[in-house]
Design a protein around this ligand. Structure first.
Ligand code: BJW
Length: 265
């Protein structure tokens, strides 16, 4: 195990730490990178899903129409992998943050359900969930906690079910996008964790926070477009950087004043 990172290692100005600790409203935008240390692969970059699989065949409505069995085989495989994985320290810190901020939302692009398993409650699933199935005929949604057995799975009405996720070229639901945009606009701080920030409209959310006067704090193993306007960019794995940052925040005077009885600090 490496040594604990300090404020100067992380290069986070004291003033920024205090603003993060004093904020009343915060949100976290997560992408595939937050689940990478749980063993769930990311989409882009070396070893990413799109290196191995063709997104046109697997993550578009056209691909599903042409070959629903192929698409379901891929989702079944991913359901099995996700079920085997466990939340990592980054998911757990995000769940802990919710206990500190009176107004707090997790805006996740991930469909893996890991934030819920880690204990987060206020979650907006921007791109849907692999644990929901939707009838292609009447739109009826059913929840599941186990990988599909039949391929393709069928609705009681006899029509095919599809994963209740957002594929390329499909709109995010109005309700989801409204909730996410409102959270972004009212956040005094947004943490942007493990996303390449190339997929819109999700990638616009931290820009909304920034334009509304909020702080944007990025955690990623590589620079992204967010790096160009973030107030702080921490380059490293989320499972290490986020707990270290959260520890620093918890040690600020502002945080201690609000939570005087928290043990084990
Ligand atoms: C770590 C780490 C560690 C690693 N710690 N960090 C041109 C063509 C086609 C479409 C478009 C186009 N131009 C614009 C569009 C629109 C399109 C889009 O944005 N495309 C861009 C790619 C160009 N957007 C859409 O189509 C969206 N819909 C839409 O716009 O609708 C408009 C509309 C209105 C009205 C009518 C009709 C339409 C929908 C986008 C849906 C995206 N879907 C997917 C699949 C979801 C289901 C599934 O998972 O199966 O969502 S694609 C994939 O990308 C997935 C992700 O949620 C999303 C974002 O990826 P993410 O999470 O950022 O992952 P990566 O892999 O990209 O990045 C991981 C990051 O982690 C990296 O930065 C690493 O460095 C980092 N990392 N390890 C910290 N340990």
């Amino acid at each position: 195990m490496g040594r604990t990172l300090t404020a100067s290692d992380m290069n986070v100005p004291e003033g920024v730490l205090n603003r993060i600790a004093e904020a009343r409203s915060a949100s976290v935008l997560t992408g595939a990178g937050v689940s990478a240390e749980s063993g769930i692969p990311t989409f882009r970059g070396a070893g990413g899903i799109w290196e191995k699989y063709d997104f046109r065949k697997l993550a578009t409505p056209q691909g599903f129409k042409e070959d629903p069995e192929l698409v379901w085989e891929w989702y079944q495989l991913r359901q099995r992998e996700m079920l085997k994985a466990a939340p990592n320290p980054a998911h757990l810190v995000i769940a802990d943050m919710e206990r500190h901020y009176p107004q707090f939302s997790v805006l996740t692009q991930n469909i893996d359900g890991m934030h819920k398993r880690a204990g987060s409650n206020h979650i907006v699933e921007l791109h849907g969930s692999i644990w929901r199935l939707r009838c292609v005929r009447d739109g009826l949604v059913t929840q599941t906690d186990a990988p599909v057995v039949e391929i393709p799975p069928l609705c009681q009405c006899g029509s095919i079910l599809r994963p209740d996720v957002v594929w390329f070229g499909e709109p995010l639901s109005d309700e989801v996008l409204d909730a996410a945009s409102r959270a972004a606009a009212s956040s005094e701080v947004m943490f942007v964790i493990g996303t390449s920030a190339v997929v819109y409209p999700a990638a616009a959310l931290p820009i909304i926070t920034k334009n509304s006067g909020g702080l944007v704090i990025e955690v990623n193993t590589e620079p992204t477009d967010v790096t160009t306007y973030a107030d702080v960019s921490l380059m490293g794995p989320a499972g290490k950087m986020l707990p270290a940052l959260w520890n620093l925040i918890r040690r600020t005077e502002s945080f201690m004043k609000e939570h005087p009885f928290i043990p084990n600090r």
